[in-house]
Each structure stands twice: as C-alpha cells, then as structure tokens.
Design a binder for this molecule. Structure first.
Ligand SMILES: [Zn+2]
Ligand SMILES: [Zn+2]
Length: 319
C-alpha cells in the first residue's frame, strides 16, 4: 500500500506570506559557508540538504490523502484543497482520457474536507468514475449544496464524470475489491468518521477530525479495533495540549500527547501528526514535533521502535 499526503492543514488553506519567505532566506544564508554558495551546483546541494522548514514548508492545503492499494485501487480520503494538486497529477494518467476510476472516502463535510471538489479537474472529464463512500447518509446533497449557483458557477451534477454514492455503517467492515475497510465514529462537532484500511497484513489508519479528551481516554477501549496494531496512524493533532485542554475544548481536535497515548496503548508502529492549525508557522510545527518527541522520552509504555513524525505536503509512505 502506498500513501501520499496532498493536504495536511486544518480549517482553511494557508499560504506563506512574504515575511515568512524572507525569514527562510535569512535562515539559509546564515548557515551557509562560502563553499556552499560558490556555484549553482553547490547552491543546489546546499539547499537540498537544508531542513524542510527552511527550504520549504509543511504545506498549506487542507485534507486530502491518496492511497494506492497493492491490487491497484485508488482510494482518496477527503476532498480538501489538497485534492486540486492530486487532480492535476491524475490528469496525466487515465483520468485525462476519461478512463479513470477512483474511490473517495469522506470523513465529514466541514469545509476543509470538501472545498476542493469544485476545483478537482478529473471530475469534469466525461467517462471518469468516482465512487463516494461515507457514513454521512446525505453526502450527495451536502456536496450539491456547496455548488449551488449562489456559491459556485458550476453545479456538482454538471461535472461530467460519473458519481455514485454508497452509505456505510460505522463499525462494520466493507470491501473495495480485496481491500478491507472499517469506519469509526469520532468525537467531533457535527460528527466525523475515521477510516482503517487493511491491505493484506498492512494497516493504515486515518483519523481527522477527532477530539479525544482525557475523560474519554478512560473509555478508549471502544477504539481498540480501530487503532490496534496499525502500521501507520495519521492523527488529528491540531492543538497543543494546553490549547486542547484549556482554550479550545470542544473545538473538535486533539493534541500530539493524546495521540501518542492512544498510539502507545494500541501498539501503533508509526504515528503521523496531522491537521495542522492554519495559524502555525513552520517553526511552530518544528517545536510541536520536538515537544512530542520529548514526551515520548517520558512515556514508559513506548516501544523502542515506535516512530513519530509530522505530516507535510507531499509526504509519502509505503507499507
Ligand atoms: Zn478539518
Ligand atoms: Zn471538522
């Protein structure tokens, strides 16, 4: 199974402002030695070896994940603005000739998880087929509403590709050909659903948006089947622990420490922090990752081979 993150930001898309770019150039030049910038080749080598937060960015697009199963199925999780770049990439494949088939799993319909659909080029191409899966029973109506003439010039039904909708039951397995999937209701205002994808003995779990607070961690057993032994869990960690507990209770998101506790409890092999707050700079995300790694050092239940990482746009995994 191959996984690629096309959008990792929560709430709304963000772009780097001029001041941020200036600071990155200053940071890069501050650590450059004369030999690093003596030729174009040396400059390229120097830049390639800089940390992501200096040479690039964690990314500003909202949620979209591409999953390719070992049997060749394409599963797209959520349609935030990240789906626009995925669509541009897909147009270079059979989707450009109207021969593409994709399965779209929708966690919920908050804007940051659906607002890429009107700009998803493959959906305008006749012959392409999209199968929408979600426990949200009126998903089609919600997406159509987003593209009512008062909001967007082209209606959802005017997008020429074929669109079918399948309503799922949470806590029940369903299959897309050989691939086993399982969806779970998550604590989030208005509701949200996580998804577990099992491809042979490999397991990928995605859960965003979700708010696990300390009270609920006492009752975390109900999530055991969902998280247990996953190879990778991509988890909503929009807030710091302080924000999650004090300032932004009931806003619907978790913190890295909560995610680590859950990952540890269910023997997850790799945890990826996700759904970054749009107000967080690349430096702040570096700090969040560093703090989360410090927390691992004091968590006695953590196994030595546990891997913690933080999502960035373009991040890829193969399991
Ligand atoms: Zn969200
Ligand atoms: Zn949400």
């Amino acid at each position: 199974m191959k996984i690629k993150l096309w959008g990792v930001r929560g709430s709304f898309p963000t772009s780097l402002i001029a001041k941020s770019i200036e600071e990155k150039i200053i940071a890069a030049l501050s650590i450059a030695k004369p030999g690093d910038i003596s030729s174009e080749e040396s400059i390229r080598t120097f830049v390639a070896n800089l940390p992501l937060s200096i040479k690039g960015t964690y990314g500003g697009n909202t949620t979209c994940i591409e999953v390719r199963t070992s049997s060749g199925e394409l599963i797209i999780i959520d349609c935030g603005s990240g789906i626009i770049n995925l669509g541009n990439e897909l147009m270079r494949s059979e989707f450009g000739q109207g021969k593409g088939i994709a399965n779209i799993f929708s966690t919920h319909t908050h804007w940051d998880h659906v607002h890429g659909i009107p700009f998803f080029t493959p959906m305008y191409i006749k012959g392409n087929k999209f199968n929408f899966y979600s426990p949200v029973a009126d998903l089609r109506e919600r997406i159509e509403y987003q593209q009512a003439k008062t909001h967007f010039p082209v209606g959802f039904d005017d997008m020429a590709a074929s669109k079918k909708f399948f309503t799922l039951k949470p806590d029940e397995n369903f299959y897309i050909n050989e691939t086993k999937l399982y969806t779970k209701s998550m604590p989030h205002p208005g509701g949200s659903y996580g998804i577990r994808i099992e491809d042979g003995d490999k397991v990928f779990v995605f859960t965003s948006d979700c708010e696990f607070n300390l009270d609920e961690i006492d009752d975390i057993r109900v999530y055991e089947d969902f998280f247990k032994n996953a190879d990778i869990v991509v988890f909503d960690t929009q807030y710091t622990l302080q924000e999650a507990l004090m300032d932004k209770t009931s806003w619907g998101h978790s913190s890295a420490t909560m995610a680590i506790d859950i990952a540890t409890e269910y023997e997850v092999k790799k945890l990826v922090l996700f759904h970054h707050d749009p107000g967080y700079s690349d430096d702040k995300l570096n700090t969040i990752l560093a703090n989360a790694r410090s927390y691992i050092n004091v968590n006695r239940k953590i196994k030595e081979d546990f891997i913690l990482d933080i999502a960035y746009e373009g991040m890829e995994f193969e399991i």
